[in-house]
Write a protein that binds this ligand. Sequence first.
Ligand SMILES: [Cu+2]
Length: 145
Amino acid sequence: MKLLSAFFYVCLTLLTLQPVLAADSATLQVENAWVREGPPGMPMMGGFMSVTNNSTGDVSITRISSPAFKSIELHETIMQDGMAKMREVSELRIPAGQTVVLEPGGKHMMLFNPVKPLKAGDTVTFQLSGSDDQRVEFSASVKRR
Ligand SMILES: [Cu+2]
């Protein structure tokens, strides 16, 4: 009897969850997005997040934009002659079913020329374009490292 009611509970939960899942049709899901607060007047800032691809095919991020910055590039960090260097990547591939983490010292968003000064506690909105033509809006909070 106890097992049966547990079973009903699970069914009920699944039924209630379904409309939520159906509404969220975006295959790329952005989590934990944040922008690192820089010294005042700094012309560039770093942006970080986790991106999960919920679809069964690989999807690439081809573009990221924000009303808060003049331009945004996707960067990766590579070691060259024993020094960490950043370089731009034209797109960032998110393999099917996997999560790619953008973090300090690794892949990141390079945010150029903030339209107005940003400080810890501010929120910035972004729009990401995927190679499958999807657009994902997300927001990031500005944090001190
Ligand atoms: Cu960079």
